[in-house]
Design a binder for this molecule. Structure first.
Ligand SMILES: *Cc1c(COP(=O)(O)O)cnc(C)c1O
Length: 409
């Protein structure tokens, strides 16, 4: 299937009626850049530098330790509650802190320990690396536990009476393939397993309904589509029905029922607070909270509609060039990035970056372009398609300078 080419006039007409158009001004983006990597590091919200300066100079500099009682200590739950509506969770089912990797570890170990009759974590081959690495580390910490990593088409057949947890990433970081959340959650439950979703590539990109799907556990990044800033605290969701039964293996004082009672023995706090380990990182937490305030009024369906339109513009450009698009054509089956397979994807990515179109490369042969509906216009994406066309047609990517490998791709 090939899509009809979109003209500059078409793109501008879509921008003129775009209900999200006003959000662009809420972000600081450099002149001359079309930023197609907000799925890896979201753009800087305009309000963030001043919010960070306030935390540094007033909250820290003037208020000093008093700030812990003036909004810092309960920030992890308060901010979790701001993420909750974006993922279909109740406000007391989400907490922020740590990293996605750390939350994965805690959730996996807790889930395995909660049902010692089941020993296996099932996950997908080619899942995001940290998910598999952490799962490997988590099973090594639980006697008898094991990790079973299989290709997507074999996942269903691997769910059985020994499966403790099915760990899946909702939207695939390379291809943009999206799992059917209610369907796979039901399959895990039919096998008697818990369902743990990684939402890193879907939160802020596609509508999510964890409660509607009856999901048990979820984790996700906040520095991608949510724009929380480099290394921003991640979120953890634990369904209400599991909150008393599961306990964090990282039993730190901030997750204690009474941290300032300074008891020797650990007693987990009720609710989500037990998932904290150490002291919240307030500078990055403040940046995240500022970014989330932008999301308060965003209509998730407007995000989905615009994401699909942006995708179609680049998919049509790719079709016209004969590029191999590896992302699903049906918007219901994908996230908000488009990936093309190309034998010289690395050089192609670098050539695009040199022309101000910032996307990224995923080993071995994927050019990945993130489509963030909050701050990209249809015209931006149309222009990116034109630059892609020029780069392919002139083969300007063949310049040897574009083949020098950097550490972060
Ligand atoms: C980006 C991403 C992560 C990153 O985890 P960190 O601990 O923040 O480095 C984890 N899982 C998935 C699926 C991701 O896309």
């Amino acid at each position: 299937m090939t899509l009809e080419q979109v003209t500059l006039e078409d793109a501008r007409a879509l921008d003129a009626t775009d209900p999200l158009a006003a959000y662009r001004d809420q972000f600081t983006l450099p002149e001359g850049v079309i930023y197609l990597d907000g799925n890896s590091l979201g753009a800087l919200p305009r309000a963030t530098p001043a919010a960070l300066a306030d935390v540094a100079t007033r909250q820290w500099g003037d208020r000093l330790i008093r700030s812990w009682n003036e909004g810092w200590i309960d920030a992890p739950q308060r901010i979790g509650a701001k993420i909750a509506p974006l993922i279909g969770a109740a406000s007391d089912e989400v907490i922020i802190g740590d990293t996605t990797s750390t939350h994965l570890f805690k959730a996996l170990v807790a889930a395995l320990r909660s049902n010692p009759k089941r020993h296996t974590v099932v996950s997908e081959a080619g899942n995001f690396p940290t998910d598999l690495h952490i799962a490997e580390g988590a099973v090594a910490c639980v006697p008898g536990a094991r990790l079973n990593v299989v290709a997507r088409e074999h996942l269903a057949a691997e769910l059985d009476e020994d499966t403790g947890v099915l760990l899946l990433t909702h939207v695939h970081y390379k291809t943009s393939d999206r799992f059917d959340m209610p369907g796979w959650t039901a399959r895990a439950h039919d096998a008697g397993a818990l369902m743990l979703w990684d939402l890193s590539h879907s939160v802020g990109a596609v509508p999510i309904d964890l409660n509607g799907a009856n999901a048990d556990l979820a984790v996700g990044c906040t520095y991608k589509y949510l724009n929380g800033g480099p290394g921003a605290p991640a979120f953890l969701y634990v369904a209400k029905r599991w909150q008393d039964a599961l306990a964090s293996p990282l039993s730190g004082w901030m997750g204690h029922a009474a941290p300032f009672a300074f008891e020797d023995a650990y007693r987990p706090a009720p609710g989500m607070k037990r998932w904290l380990a150490g002291t919240p990182a307030m500078l990055s937490t403040a940046a995240l909270e500022t970014a989330l305030d932008l999301w308060a009024d965003v209509d998730q369906h407007a995000i989905a509609t615009k994401s699909a339109q942006l995708f179609d513009i680049l998919a049509a450009a790719g079709d016209a060039l004969g590029l191999d698009c590896v992302s699903p054509r049906d918007p219901a089956n994908r996230g908000s990035h488009i990936s093309f397979r190309h034998p010289h994807a690395y050089a192609l990515t670098q050539a695009l970056i040199a022309q101000g179109v910032i996307g990224d490369f995923r080993d071995p042969d994927i050019l990945r372009l993130g489509l963030t509906p909050l701050y990209l216009s249809h015209e931006d994406v149309w222009r990116a398609g034109e630059i892609l066309r020029d780069t392919i047609e002139t083969e300007s990517w063949r310049d040897p300078a574009y083949s020098q490998r950097l550490v972060v791709t």
